[in-house]
Design a protein around this ligand. Structure first.
Ligand code: 3PY
Length: 326
């Protein structure tokens, strides 16, 4: 099964005008060779299931999207880090997929764990008023609202992620491709709830879309993002297989076989691994043993179709993925 290897770079809330300029220039000065991707792991003795060239997409903050898209070469995609469920209207601070499309932005990351965690995106109580009051309540209202809310919404404390599903459906309907993130928290993994959580997150999407052609699923174990904890390739692979099986059983065999499931929350040593995604040269020898270990992320069972790279995508290592072999 050939699925095009996918490398996403999530800048998060990082970068400034000077960085945008230098990073875009750097990527523009490189070439995506026809045979890059994991092919070159062969050269260091790791079997390579992915032979297709990598698709590279970078996701700068909103305010730089226009400039990045205008100046970045077309073969590298550009993604927003979020978008809203509506096309336009009185939604201060939000951005619609229609607006992304207007700028020529092809992708959007939705349901990232930082959106779910910090901004409570999975909260199905969509009224900004209520969530605002609950976030900053006058003391007397605090208990009242918590009580009222749990009265009419039994899911209030553990709301289903419907909001993310809506966002995915709206972005796709608009023609913007989606990197849909799923992942469990530490306490959920420790309670053996990993599959329950990621399946629920996937269900919220599957219930709302029919065509998966333009969806990439990013599995990002929340407990391994910026915590110093590291998911092993085996742990990642297990969840990827489970996600693919879920798609097979709940959507279709075709969708299971063709949907790319990429891994986020890379441990730091992946930086070294990324440098061998281009044809190896003498400079890679230094990182060879780490590369062999990290290489298992993509080779163990072939269910890891790429990475959503966080902090490392701001470093030169990220550009090594797309650097020409010349
Ligand atoms: C990370 O690896 O830190 C990410 O959150 C990628 O999206």
């Amino acid at each position: 099964m050939s699925r095009k290897f996918f490398i996403g770079g999530n800048w998060k809330m990082n970068g400034d005008v000077a960085f945008v300029k230098s990073h875009v220039n750097f990527i523009n000065d490189t070439e995506i060779p026809a045979n890059t991707g994991i092919l070159d792991l062969d050269a260091v003795g790791i079997p390579a299931p992915h032979l297709a060239p990598a698709e590279v997409v970078i996701a700068p903050p909103y305010i730089y999207l226009d400039s990045v898209r205008k100046h970045l070469k077309k073969e590298v995609g550009v993604s927003a880090q979020n978008s809203y469920t509506k096309s336009s209207g009185a939604y201060t601070g939000e951005i619609s997929p229609e607006q992304l499309k207007d700028l020529g932005i092809e992708w959007v990351i939705l349901g990232h764990s930082e959106r779910r965690e910090i901004f409570k995106e999975s909260d199905e109580v969509s009224a900004g008023t209520l969530s605002t009051l609950l976030l900053c309540p006058p003391p007397s209202l605090s208990l009242f609202f918590a009580h009222q809310t749990t009265q009419f919404n039994p899911h209030f404390l553990h709301p289903p992620p419907q909001f993310v599903g809506e966002k995915v459906a709206h972005a796709l309907a608009t023609g913007v491709k989606v990197i849909a993130c799923v992942g469990e928290k530490l306490e959920e993994r420790e309670a053996n709830l990993t599959e329950e959580v990621v399946f629920r997150q996937l269900r919220a999407i599957a219930d709302r879309i029919k065509d998966w052609t333009h969806v990439v699923i990013a599995y990002e174990p929340v407990w391994a993002i910026g915590t110093g904890k590291v998911a092993t390739p085996t742990q990642a692979q297990q969840v990827h297989i489970a996600l693919r099986d879920w798609l097979r059983n709940n959507v279709s065999a075709h969708v299971a076989d063709h949907t790319r499931i990429i891994y986020g929350a890379l441990p730091p040593y992946i930086d070294v691994h990324l440098t061998i995604l281009e044809p190896p040269s003498i400079s890679f020898v230094q990182g060879l043993s780490t590369a062999r270990t990290a290489g298992t992320f993509v080779t163990s069972e072939g269910d890891i179709d790429g990475f959503l790279v966080g902090g490392a995508c701001l470093k030169p290592e990220f550009s090594d993925i797309v650097r020409t072999k010349a």
